[in-house]
Design a binder for this molecule. Structure first.
Ligand code: TRP
Length: 336
């Protein structure tokens, strides 16, 4: 059975953008494929600590898993949820792969370039981040790795590392699919960027100052409806989808499609040419506030115990596989 695998960094609070752009598509993908694929969804807690957290790592971690469950993730025997740091082979294998990856490769990673290259205060974890990620994938023979475009470079690196190791030591790793194949597999869910409601040229961000700019998943549904009613659009007078020229109205159409799990084309066709922006806003406000109310009700019912049990089961499974893979690599390097 092939494996779909993804790691999620712990985040202090989720915006509607994070939810619709990442968490919900991953949940739908997992539900769609969990009869034919292994689905590994893990909390990348070791990746998380490259920067300080606000709100407390453990609390945020529990919340993150609860949000997947509240989003409708169905857990069967093929779905594995675990914490990265509870699979110690991860750290060991990362060291070995550090002796395979090169300074040149890691120095070219965009994330590193943006987050601290050349600064003495940049922690080594930021530099080594992609090797840890390669380990996450290679430990479990991951084939499909649903991630945002910003992570594609890390998947290419993972492939290079796997190919290099296999070339030197024989078939140890499964080489994940090329990023072009990854994108096909994810379909239209890839690259969704929900916009700031006030400044729709920008991505929706939890750090936006204006309250009306962003929707948090824990916001009161009625307040959210008001925020959507006051969203910035344009004065062209006719609804149409054009993210570059008309980001505000396009953002609303996109939200409407995602929340209702409908193809964007279909939603656009339904509204195109109409002149009453208020009707569209009303419809989107209703869709989002209903979705949020349901989501929050489900979220409130999920207990910590339930989440711990799920993770512990996942970790038993993950450690067994990971230890076997690590041993193979250790033998190749004559460490065993
Ligand atoms: N680096 C990913 C991100 O920032 C998270 C991540 C860590 C990951 N390990 C992974 C994603 C392995 C996919 C596979 O979003």
């Amino acid at each position: 059975m092939k494996t779909i695998l993804t790691g999620i960094r712990v985040n202090s609070e989720l915006t509607l953008g994070n939810f619709l752009g990442a968490l919900l598509p991953m949940t739908r993908l997992a539900n769609k494929y969990s009869d034919e694929y292994n689905i590994n969804i893990f909390v990348a807690d070791l990746h998380t600590i490259i920067a300080e957290q606000d709100g407390g790592l453990q609390h945020n971690l529990l919340m993150l898993i609860k949000m997947y469950l509240a989003a409708g993730l169905k857990v069967n025997d093929n779905v594995h949820i675990y914490r990265q740091s509870y699979v110690p082979a991860t750290s060991e294998m990362t060291w070995i792969l550090n002796c395979v990856a090169t300074m040149g490769e890691l120095g070219r990673m965009i994330q590193y370039k943006e987050k601290g290259r050349g600064e003495d205060s940049c922690n080594v974890g930021i530099f080594d981040y992609p090797v840890l990620m390669a380990t996450d994938i290679l430990l479990f023979d991951g084939n499909y790795i649903p991630v945002g475009q910003d992570q594609f470079q890390h998947i290419e690196l993972t492939r290079d590392i796997a190919i290099r190791v296999n070339h030197r030591y024989g078939e140890i790793f499964t080489v994940p699919e090329k990023t072009s194949e990854q994108a096909k597999f994810m379909g239209s869910n890839d690259g969704i960027r929900i916009r700031d409601l006030v400044n729709p040229e920008k991505k929706m961000s939890k750090s936006a100052k204006a309250e009306n700019s962003k929707i948090m998943m824990t916001d009161d549904p009625e307040k959210v409806a008001k925020k959507i009613m006051s969203a910035t659009t344009d004065s062209l007078g006719e609804i149409d989808f054009d993210l570059k020229k008309r980001p505000g109205i396009s953002n609303l159409l996109q939200i409407e499609a995602l929340v209702n799990d409908r193809p964007l084309d279909e939603v656009v066709a339904e509204w195109k040419g109409k002149s009453n922006y208020g009707d569209l806003k009303k419809k989107v406000a209703e869709s989002v506030s209903t979705m949020l109310a349901d989501f929050q009700a489900r979220l409130a019912k999920i207990t910590d115990e339930e989440v711990y049990e799920l993770m512990e089961t996942g970790e038993k499974y993950a450690n067994k596989l990971a230890n076997a893979k690590l041993l193979k690599l250790q033998k190749a390097f004559e460490l065993r």
